[in-house]
Design a protein around this ligand. Structure first.
Ligand SMILES: [Zn+2]
Length: 257
């Protein structure tokens, strides 16, 4: 690694990556994700808008980093962004039980794969917000109020879900997976506010593993139901109260009775 600015960013990325690896270990062993590859500034743009960007390539255990144009915390050196990207790798492991293999949801209809992508983004934001206990982790690099998980106005209205006739155009960017993803992350943040980051993270992992076992990839709201089922007592009451507001069209009567 060269000792210039780009080298420094890469060291920072590596430091944050090992940090989050340690942070999530108590919930579920992340070691199958490693070793990972890191691609510096290839010709592709994915996760965070504009020139500033970072991404994780599912099924290839590869992180993608881009150089920065803005004068603030470089995205690849932003602890929350690194944790978000790591969250995608962990999502793959927790839902399928393996890392770096063929993804089962790629065989599904486009609509189902897009819905699954929304939950993937939401879970990545859960990992970032809960392990840092910060609902606005992107802000030090670039302000993104649309991803503030402490915002009470995010609600999973039907227009946030991919259409039945979703096709290639939606798959390459027409569908906003972050809008629905932010609702999932905000639901779990509500539980964090009622309890603590550890409780919310533990339930998110339990809920995601249970959701993965159903292999019902096109129905990401199944994660919410699995999360509610894993909760108990006052935590469940708080989660049910949040779900009733955040997911008005989801039938939670069985999970919350
Ligand atoms: Zn992402």
């Amino acid at each position: 690694v060269p000792t210039d600015e780009q080298g420094l960013v890469m060291w920072s990325f590596w430091y944050h990556l090992s940090d989050v690896r340690d942070a999530v270990a108590p919930y579920a062993d992340p070691s199958p994700i490693f070793p990972v590859d890191i691609a510096w500034s290839p010709q592709s743009v994915l996760d965070f808008q504009g020139v500033e960007n970072a991404a994780f390539v599912l099924s290839q255990r590869t992180f993608v980093l881009f150089p920065d144009a803005l004068d603030n915390v470089p995205i690849a050196a932003n602890a929350g962004v690194v944790r978000h990207e790591f969250g995608h790798a962990w999502f793959e492991l927790l839902t399928t039980g393996v890392s770096g293999e063929e993804l089962p949801w790629l065989e599904e209809e486009v609509q189902d794969a897009l819905a699954l992508n929304a939950l993937n983004e939401g879970f990545a934001d859960m990992v970032a917000t809960l392990t840092l206990d910060d609902p606005r982790f992107i802000d030090p690099s670039l302000p993104m109020p649309s991803r503030d998980v402490s915002d009470k106005s995010w609600v999973a209205t039907s227009d946030l879900y991919p259409n039945e006739d979703a096709g290639l155009v939606d798959a390459i960017g027409g569908y906003d997976k972050y809008a629905l993803g932010t609702v999932y992350a905000s639901f779990v943040w509500d539980v964090r506010e009622a309890t603590d980051p550890d409780t919310a993270m533990r339930l998110a992992v339990e809920g995601l593993v249970a959701f993965g076992e159903t292999e019902d990839w096109g129905n990401p709201d199944g994660f919410v139901l699995a999360f509610l089922a894993a909760a108990s007592g006052q935590t469940r009451a708080a989660a049910c109260a949040s779900a009733a507001v955040r997911f008005p069209e989801l039938d939670i009567s069985e999970a919350c009775s």
